[in-house]
Design a protein around this ligand. Sequence first.
Ligand code: PLP
Length: 379
Amino acid sequence: MPDSFAPVLTVDLGAILANYRLLCTQVRPGLCGVAMKADAYAVGAAMVAPHLKRAGCNHFFVATVDEGLALRQVLPQFDGGARIYLLNGLPPGAERDIAGGDLIPILNSMAEIERWQAFVRAAGSRPAGLQFDTGLNRLGLGRDDSLRLIGDPHLLNGLDIAVVMSHLACADDPEHPANRLQLDRFREIADNLKAPSLVTGGRTRPLLSLAASSSIFLGADYHFDLVRPGAALYGINPVLGAPNPLQPVVRLQAKILQLREVDLNMTVGYGASHQVRGPTVLATIGVGYADGIFRSLGSRGAVYVAGQRAPIVGRISMDLITVDVGHLPASVCQPGMSVDFIGPDQSIDDLARDAGTIGYELLTHLGTRFQRRYVGAGA
Ligand SMILES: *Cc1c(COP(=O)(O)O)cnc(C)c1O
C-alpha cells in the first residue's frame, strides 16, 4: 500500500526539456551540455538523462567515477555517443573503470596528466579533458602549470583532449569584475595552448567550455563551444534578483497529519521556542529536516495551503513541522490534505532564502523519503 502520509516530490520532465531548449537557444551556435552531478541535483539522473539525450544533448558532466558509471548504464555507448565527463578528475587506480565506462576524465593537475598519459600509452588512446583554474582557486591546473603547458606542448604528448574548460567564481553577479578577468585568462589559454585532439568531430582543436548556468546569461562572450548548466535546467534562477527565465521543475508537497487548537500561554515544539499569543489552530505536517527541510526554517518561512500563506511556527523536527493555519478556512485544512513547500506560490529560491541558503543546497538535500513523481515529456 502506498503511504498516503508520505511527502511528494513532483519532477516536471517537460519543464526540464523546455529549460534545456531555452538554454540551447541562448548559446546557439554553441553546444549545450548538462551538469548531472549529485544525481542530477537530486532530481534523478536516471530519469532525466535519457530524455535530454533524445532532445539532442550529447555532453553530460558528473563529479565522480561512480556517478559516471551509473549514468553510463542509462546512456549506453552504442546509443549515439553521449559523452560523460568527470569533473572531479582522475582518482589513482580508477583508470580501468573510467575506460570501461567510456568516461572522459577532466585532468586537473600535472600529476593527473602524467597518470593518464601512462595509462593510454599502455591501453590505447582515449579522450580526456583539461581544466584550468582561472581564479576560482578550487580545482584545475594553476597559472604556473598553464604557462608550462603553453610553453612546452610536448607535455601533452599522447593525449586526446576532448575539452578545455574553466569555471567562474562570480557569474551570478553580472557586474562583478572577476567575470571579465577570468574570461580574459581563459581566452589567453585557449588562444595559446596547443592541445592535440582527435575526438572533436572534425575539429583539430578541443571544445572550449567556460559557462555554467549563470555565466550563460553573461552574454555570448562567455559561451565558447560548449556550456554545462545544471541549476538552470532544474529551475533554479541563474540571475539573482532578476525574474527567472526558466520554468519551475520541482513541486514539493507534504500532508497535514493532525490539527491542534492552541491558546495563550502554550508553547509549540522542541525547546518550547514558539510562544502562542492567542487562540489559533496549528497543522502538523509530515516532513522534517531528515527530508531536507532545513532546521534553519524554524519559525521562519511558510508553507502554502490552497494558495494561502501559513507561517512555520516552532522548531523543525526530524519528521514533522508545525504551521499556523488559524486564519485559514477549515475546508482547506484537514488531515490528509496537502500543503506546498515549493510550488506555484513559493519558488525553490524563495524557500532557500528563508532557510538562509541557496536553491542548489536545498534541492540537493531533498531526501529519500519523498514519493518521487515524474510528469511531463510522456513520463
Ligand atoms: C556544478 C558545476 C557546473 C554546473 O553549475 P550550475 O551553476 O549548476 O549550472 C558546471 N561546471 C562545473 C565545473 C561545476 O562544478
